[in-house]
Ligand binder design. Structure first.
Ligand code: AP5
Ligand code: MG
Length: 208
């Protein structure tokens, strides 16, 4: 089974992808994480695009994604978090992977801004927390699991967030219509657990 998660910035794609990958034993590929972890010649240019809230070129991201998709842990299926982000990427993906379900997590622009301004993450174990919403760390500023100091993403600043939201509406939203026959839409403005439950219910109600 191969699944795409779509949603505006901060809608909970990463949060729900972690849950679904455990539940269905699928490989979670976040193109944002792949890009943030890149090393070598391409790093400077990619960091600058991300921090300024711009998309990296389709060809670059596809190359990076293809390298990741052929690794052994993807044999059982993939959850794509953050790809595709425009119609061109959706068309390119069609040549590489058979997609069964596309899950859209819906939240408002205001909620998106609030969550991104409040997101803090553990640089060591990758757990996301939120100072305004959920989950909140038990000890302010430190990871519950490993105790590391929590950090903010460089692109989670007001200017970059506004650009990312605009790009979502202009470039990413059209892919929902492209995938209309495989699309499941869930309300992202409920607790993390309730969003997960709604996804599971809707997946089981719409067989592959
Ligand atoms: P990416 O890393 O994908 O960032 P994004 O699209 O901005 O999305 P986020 O990761 O910010 O949001 P999310 O939906 O994962 O939310 P999360 O679960 O963290 O991409 C970064 C950049 O890389 C892009 O801007 C672009 O430059 C580049 N890039 C990536 N893919 C690309 C592509 N295909 N093509 C070109 N360029 C690409 O949740 C957010 C917060 O809310 C957390 O704090 C969480 O704890 C909290 N939260 C989650 N769910 C709930 C809930 N139900 N209630 C309350 N709080 C919640
Ligand atoms: Mg994410």
């Amino acid at each position: 089974m191969n699944i795409i998660l779509v949603g505006i910035q901060g809608s909970g794609k990463g949060t729900q992808a972690k849950f679904l990958s455990k539940k269905f034993k699928l490989c979670h590929i976040s193109t944002g994480n792949l890009l943030r972890n890149i090393t070598g010649d391409r790093k400077k240019e990619i960091d600058s695009l991300i921090n300024n809230g711009k998309l990296v070129p389709d060809k670059t991201i596809l190359e990076i994604l293809k390298e990741r998709m052929i690794q052994d842990d993807c044999e059982n299926g993939i959850i794509l978090d953050g790809f595709p982000r425009n119609i061109e990427q959706a068309k390119l993906l069609e040549k590489e992977l058979n997609i069964q379900k596309v899950i859209e997590i819906q939240i408002s622009d205001q909620e998106s801004e609030k969550r991104l301004m409040g997101r803090i993450s553990c640089p060591k174990c990758g757990i996301d927390y939120n100072i305004y919403t959920a989950p909140k760390p038990q000890k302010e500023g430190f990871c519950d699991k490993c105790g590391s100091q929590l950090t903010r993403r460089k692109d989670d600043n007001e200017e970059s967030i506004k650009k990312r939201i605009k790009t979502y509406h202009e470039e990413t939203k059209p892919i929902l219509n492209y995938y209309k026959n495989k699309l499941i839409t869930v309300n992202g403005e409920q607790s993390i657990e309730d969003v997960s439950k709604e996804i599971l219910k809707k997946i089981s109600n719409s067989p592959l």
